[in-house]
Write a protein that binds this ligand. Sequence first.
Ligand code: KIV
Length: 282
Amino acid sequence: MRVTIRDLKNMKARGEKIAMITAYDYTSAMIVERAGIPIILVGDSLGHVIMGHDSTVPVTMADMIHHIQAVMRGTEKTHVVGDMPFMSYQADAADGVRNAGRLLKEGGCQSVKLEGGRPVADIVRKIVQAGIPVMGHLGLTPQAVNQLGGYRIQGRTTKAAVELIDDAKALEEAGAYALVLEGVPTQLAQMVTERLSIPTIGIGAGVHCDGQVQVFHDLLGLFDDFAPKHARKYANLSEVIQDAVSRYVSDVQARTFPNEKESFNMKPEVAQELTGQHFETV
Ligand code: KIV
């Protein structure tokens, strides 16, 4: 049985912190599940770290479904959240419900995440009414990068902070089961966390959230294009991989790979029969 939204809400009630991480493929999903992660986000951040785009705007429903399916195949117990890509829900609620349904039916995930506050509260309500759990996402909402004028910390003025608190309450009231707070001051994230009964999951939002989320590639030092201030590198895998691959290149060039043990021998009688035979080339 996979972790449910009820389990996640109970974790907040018990004061147990929630560690969420992104994953986009079978192998990494399997590894993070083994490490004890209760919830994976198949984030549209795959636009950056998997596809090499400079924003999440180009990510499509087909991209999301493809990666959610792979993550589902790599996990058994973890709750998997599928991110709704840009323009899969913003235009109208019916679109949002249908696309959220596709992530569950075709992707196989247990819930969806979408960005925005009061303007999407009605869409959240309708998706929840259709039986699909929704995680909200406030603060620095990357799909709105062109509107925000860059990847900037949000909620810094009194007005912006009050608006964000109102957005958070509207999402909870619409039925969201959890809320990502991205790129907001620690104190604001604490205020939101204390005012909601659903768990808040922070990224660049300080220590007071009910949980944290990190992008797999940032946590493991796999992505050198950009290092966000909020990310802690627990490993430097890009260096490890580069070193391993360059040793492989050297071994191939030096003819030390493959060795005897890494090769397959022909049966001696076949080798003998073939010796001296003439082979016609086509
Ligand atoms: O797409 C993503 O990975 C996200 C997280 C950073 C919260 O939205």
